[in-house]
Design a binder for this molecule. Structure first.
Ligand code: MG
Length: 237
């Protein structure tokens, strides 16, 4: 193994983090706008905030911060995948991490595993559907401290969909290794199968809060990134 490639949600981080921490934080910031507080209100005149709001469906950005906050809440409530909303949430989360109001959740074994693996000369990389910026923020401001010194590369879906083998070949090419030298870990069986189809090694993460796996999936599983089958380090247990 030359590269340990990790999914985030359900692998390094609880699936609930997005729904129980990140989304409520953004919602609270939008709601605070009506009271004349929070990042959207305070930073309304900044170009990146205006650019994000201008991208939001419905043109609410032309009518001031209250209208923009109302539109953002409606899009979140309806679970609409809106480019402008996503950009705005990204700004709000970055702000929250930097203010120390948000910390990226990682399971208790993650920091030690990243440290051990990177110290062994294996590069650790991330492949997640969240943007590369969101990935960097989560690991920079994680509840185990700044883990980015142990991370060599970040990939998101601009490289390709996570359930397609070609994406894993593209990552291997980008990192200058053969697919067989990559070990990929994810909670998603289709992602793991796609990585295997590309020639990678791949294992399935079993973590608290993940949906149960079907009994007959036939793939190798692990419940801690410190597992020797993940790190390649230490004695078999
Ligand atoms: Mg996942």
């Amino acid at each position: 193994m030359k590269v340990l490639l990790l999914d985030i949600e359900g692998t390094t981080t609880s699936i609930a983090f997005v729904y129980e921490t990140l989304f409520p934080y953004a919602r609270a910031v939008f709601e605070a706008t009506f009271a004349g507080r929070g990042a959207l209100f305070e930073r309304w005149d900044e170009p990146e905030v205006r650019a994000a709001v201008a991208l939001m469906a419905g043109g609410a950005g032309q009518h001031g911060p209250h209208a923009a906050a109302g539109a953002a809440l409606a899009l979140m409530h309806a679970d609409v995948k809106d480019t402008g909303l996503k950009a705005l949430q990204g700004i709000i989360w970055r702000d929250g991490y930097r203010r120390g109001e948000l910390r990226g959740h990682v399971f208790s074994d993650v920091a030690e595993a990243l440290r051990l693996v990177s110290a062994s000369g294996v590069r650790v990389a991330i492949y997640s559907s969240g943007s590369v910026e969101a990935q960097r923020l989560l690991f920079s401001f994680s509840d185990a401290g700044d883990l980015t010194p142990h991370l060599a590369a970040y990939f998101d879906t601009t490289t390709g969909p996570k359930k397609e083998a070609a994406s894993y070949r593209a990552i291997a090419a980008e990192l200058g290794v053969a697919p067989a030298e990559i070990r990929f870990c994810s909670d998603n069986l289709d992602e793991v199968r796609a990585a295997i189809a590309a020639g990678c090694e791949a294992l399935v993460a079993v973590r608290p809060g993940n949906p149960p796996l079907p009994a007959d999936h036939g793939l190798m599983t692990f419940s801690s990134l410190l597992d020797r089958r993940v790190t390649g380090i230490g004695s078999a247990t």
